[in-house]
Design a protein around this ligand. Structure first.
Ligand SMILES: NC(=O)c1ccc[n+]([C@@H]2O[C@H](COP(=O)([O-])OP(=O)(O)OC[C@H]3O[C@@H](n4cnc5c(N)ncnc54)[C@H](OP(=O)(O)O)[C@@H]3O)[C@@H](O)[C@H]2O)c1
Length: 219
């Protein structure tokens, strides 16, 4: 299997690449012209492009079996970021998928998308634009999966963290290490039962350990 990962220079993106490589999946990392690629992934195939450039993006997606979208507006004073990246940016990536006939797409979104009254919306109404991005993906053209994590954590000590997987609009708080989100993306790739599902994920040492496969049965 060969996949493309956009936002591969991000803190979740690079971990998705690492988790894919661990499973023997080939990866096209898709990053911006000036993005910093993690040192250990410098030898992994990397396309440097703007997601607004449809010709370059089509080329990077041409021969892959799935796309994992891990782009997201970086916190900044420019409040148009969420509209440009989390809605329009997702739309452009999906248009490219359609042009090259790529059906399988996994999107890293967020808990609480679509909520208007939420402090995160102080950053350019991000939860509204993320919902719009999700809606572009949720149609029959795609075999889609949306992963909605809680607050993302940088910790790599994940042994005691167990994931709570639930269906859409059931979790409204909590957090999860980015490493576990990356693993969820790769688990989704390899489990057909995740297709056409929104999966909300948080983690805690208080949760019971459940396998991804088992959790999908009730989502
Ligand atoms: N932070 C949280 O607590 C939280 C909670 C739930 C969900 N999320 C979502 O989870 C996802 C991953 O978050 P993260 O914190 O791991 O990401 P991150 O480290 O902020 O990385 C964001 C990625 O998106 C890329 N990007 C930003 N603007 C872009 C543009 N205009 N065109 C192309 N690529 C662009 C960045 O590229 P550069 O490296 O070039 O900047 C980077 O690769 C995001 O969608 C985020 O909104 C975050």
């Amino acid at each position: 299997m060969k996949i493309a990962i956009t936002g591969a220079s991000g803190k979740t993106g690079f971990r998705i690449t690492e988790e894919a490589l661990k499973k023997g999946i080939k990866v096209n990392q898709i990053v911006r012209k000036n993005s910093k690629v993690t040192e250990n992934l410098k030898n992994t195939k990397t396309y440097r492009l703007s997601i607004d450039n449809k010709y370059e993006l089509d080329k990077a997606l041409e021969d892959v079996d799935a796309l994992i979208i891990a782009t997201g507006a970086r916190a900044s004073l420019d409040l148009t970021g969420p509209a440009r990246v989390d809605a329009l940016g997702v739309y452009r990536q999906l248009q490219s998928c359609k042009r090259v006939g790529l059906k399988r797409v996994i999107l890293v979104s967020s808990l609480c998308t679509g909520k208007l009254f939420h402090p995160l919306n102080l950053f350019g109404l991000i939860l509204i634009w993320k919902k719009i991005g999700e809606n572009f993906l949720k149609n029959q053209i795609f075999d889609w999966t949306i992963i909605r994590p809680g607050g993302l954590k940088e910790i790599e000590k994940i042994e005691s963290e167990n994931i709570e997987y639930t269906k859409e609009d059931t979790q409204f708080k909590g957090s999860i290490p980015r490493r576990l989100v990356a693993k969820c993306c790769i688990d989704s790739l390899t489990n057909k039962q995740s297709i056409n599902k929104i999966i909300e994920v948080t983690s805690s040492s208080d949760n019971k350990k459940v396998s991804f496969k088992k959790a999908l049965q009730s989502i």
